[in-house]
Design a protein around this ligand. Structure first.
Ligand SMILES: Cc1ncc(COP(=O)(O)O)c(C=O)c1O
Length: 396
C-alpha cells in the first residue's frame, strides 16, 4: 500500500489544470526516519557516509546532513556541489579517472580522505600536494579476490575492473607513499559488490575485509586506522517487502567486530541506494491503453528519460496504482489484465514494467513507481526528445 499522504499528492496534482502529468515525489520525513534508523543501528566504531551519486538533490543532502557522518563524492562536480550545499560537512572523494584539477580541488576544499585508485594517480597526487605544500590523507582503494563468497548481480571483486589496485601492486603503492612527503596513508577502501540482498553474504564480505585489513596492517602498514567498506546494499526490486535486514546485519557486524578485534579501527560505510531509494516516487498519469498483437500497452506521461532505473537494471520496476478522483468519460480502461507500461519515447526500450497484473486502470490514473529515490532522475537521459521535465515535489 502507498502511504495515504503520497497518494493524495498525486491525486491533487492530477486535478490541476492542464495536460496529464508526471512527477517525482520525495518524502523527506521517510528519508530522515530511515537514515536515522540505519545510523543508530551501526556499532560504535562504524560511520555512515552517504554516496551522493545515488541522489544529489540539495533537499536530500540537507535532510541527511544532521544524520550521517559525512558524504562521498565521485567526481569534481559532485565535490564542488557537496561543498557548496554542505560547507561544514566531512567529505571524502573517490572514483576512477580523477583530473589534476579535481585532485587540486579536493585539497582546496579540505576533504577528509581521498581514495586513490591507481599508482599513477598516487604519483600525480604527490606532485600536486608537494607543489601546493599540502598534506593529503588517503585510503588505497583495493580490488581483492572474493574467494567462495557469492557474487551479486554486479560484482567488481577479484576480476579485471578499472577500480582500485590489485593486491600485487600494494607494495609498489606503499613504497610511493613511503617516499612521499605529502601523503599520509590512513587505511584501505573496498567496494567490491553492489545490489547485495543477502545478509550472510555481506557479513562474509565484511569478514574478508577485516581479515585482509589486519593482515596488511601487520605486514606493512602499522599506522592505518580506517577501513572503508563501501556501499552496495541492494533494494529487492522484484520483492520490495523482502528487505535487506539492516538491524540484523548490524547486530552480526557488531559480533564480527568483537570477534575480529577490529574495535580500534574506524569502519566506514558509504551507502547510496539503500539510503535514498525508498523515499522517492516517480508518478506517471496514464495517457492511453491499447492492445497490440495479444498484449496490452499502457502509455504513460514521461518515461525512461526521466526514470532510467528499470532500463538500467533491466527489470520490471515495482509500482502502485492511484486512481484519479475525476469522473472519467469515454476513456480507455481495463480490468484484471497483464500490461506493459511504457513512456512517451519513440523507442521500444522505453519500458518501465513488463507484463504486470493490474486490477483496474483507466486513462488519467497514476502509475506510481516506488523505490525511485536512487539512481533514477540523475542517471536518466533527460534531454532525449526534448520532452518537458517532470514536476519535482519534496514532502516534509
Ligand atoms: C566506490 C563506491 N562507493 C559507494 C557506492 C554506492 O553504492 P550503493 O549505492 O550501491 O550503496 C558506489 C556505487 O557505485 C561506489 O562505486
Amino acid at each position: 500500500m502507498l502511504p495515504e499522504k503520497i497518494k493524495q499528492v498525486f491525486q491533487n496534482l492530477g486535478e490541476e489544470q492542464g495536460d496529464l502529468k508526471c512527477a517525482y515525489l520525495y518524502d523527506l520525513s521517510e528519508l530522515v526516519s530511515h537514515a536515522s534508523k540505519m545510523r543508530e543501528a551501526l556499532p560504535e566504531n562504524c560511520e555512515l557516509f552517504y554516496a551522493a551519486k545515488a541522489n544529489p538533490e540539495a533537499e536530500i543532502l540537507q535532510a541527511l546532513e544532521p544524520i550521517v557522518d559525512g558524504f562521498e563524492a565521485a567526481s569534481g562536480g559532485e565535490l564542488k556541489w557537496l561543498r557548496q550545499q554542505l560547507p561544514e560537512q566531512r567529505l571524502i572523494f573517490g572514483g576512477p579517472g580523477k583530473l589534476d584539477c579535481e585532485l587540486e580541488a579536493a585539497i582546496d576544499l579540505n576533504i577528509e580522505l581521498l581514495h586513490v585508485e591507481s599508482l599513477y594517480e598516487l604519483r600525480r597526487l604527490q606532485s600536486i600536494a608537494q607543489r601546493k605544500n599540502a598534506k593529503v590523507s588517503i585510503l588505497l582503494r583495493m580490488n581483492i579476490p572474493i574467494g567462495d563468497i557469492n557474487q551479486t548481480r554486479l560484482c567488481m571483486g577479484g576480476k579485471p575492473t578499472p577500480f582500485g589496485l590489485e593486491e600485487a601492486l600494494l607494495t609498489d603503492a606503499l613504497s610511493v607513499i613511503g617516499e612521499s612527503t605529502n601523503i599520509e596513508l590512513k587505511g584501505f577502501h573496498f567496494h567490491l559488490m553492489s545490489h547485495q540482498l543477502d545478509l550472510d553474504n555481506h557479513i562474509k564480505l565484511m569478514a574478508l575485509y577485516f581479515e585482509t585489513f589486519k593482515r596488511w596492517r601487520e605486514s606493512y602498514a602499522q599506522n592505518v586506522t580506517h577501513l572503508n567498506v563501501g556501499g552496495g546494499i541492494g533494494i529487492n526490486y522484484s520483492d520490495p517487502d523482502n528487505w535487506f535486514d539492516w538491524p540484523r546485519f548490524c547486530d552480526r557486524l557488531s559480533r564480527l567486530i568483537n570477534d575480529s578485534q577490529m574495535q580500534d579501527v574506524t569502519i566506514r560505510f558509504e551507502c547510496g541506494r539503500f539510503v535514498s531509494a525508498q523515499c522517492g516516487y516517480y508518478g506517471m498519469q496514464v495517457l492511453d491503453i491499447k492492445p497490440s498483437y495479444g498484449e496490452i500497452f499502457v502509455v504513460a506521461r514521461g518515461g525512461t528519460h526521466h526514470f532510467r532505473t528499470p532500463a538500467a537494471q533491466n527489470h520490471s520496476h515495482p509500482f502502485k496504482i492511484v486512481h484519479s478522483r475525476l469522473t472519467k468519460e469515454a476513456v480507455p480502461r481495463i480490468s484484471q489484465s497483464r500490461v506493459t507500461i511504457v513512456g512517451q519515447l519513440c523507442t521500444p526500450k522505453d519500458v518501465l514494467a513488463k507484463q504486470e497484473f493490474v486490477e483496474s486502470l483507466s486513462v488519467g490514473d497514476w502509475i506510481v513507481f516506488t523505490y525511485a529515490g536512487a539512481y533514477a532522475w540523475n542517471i536518466s537521459h533527460q534531454n532525449f526528445l526534448m520532452h518537458e521535465k517532470p514536476r519535482v515535489i519534496f514532502l516534509d
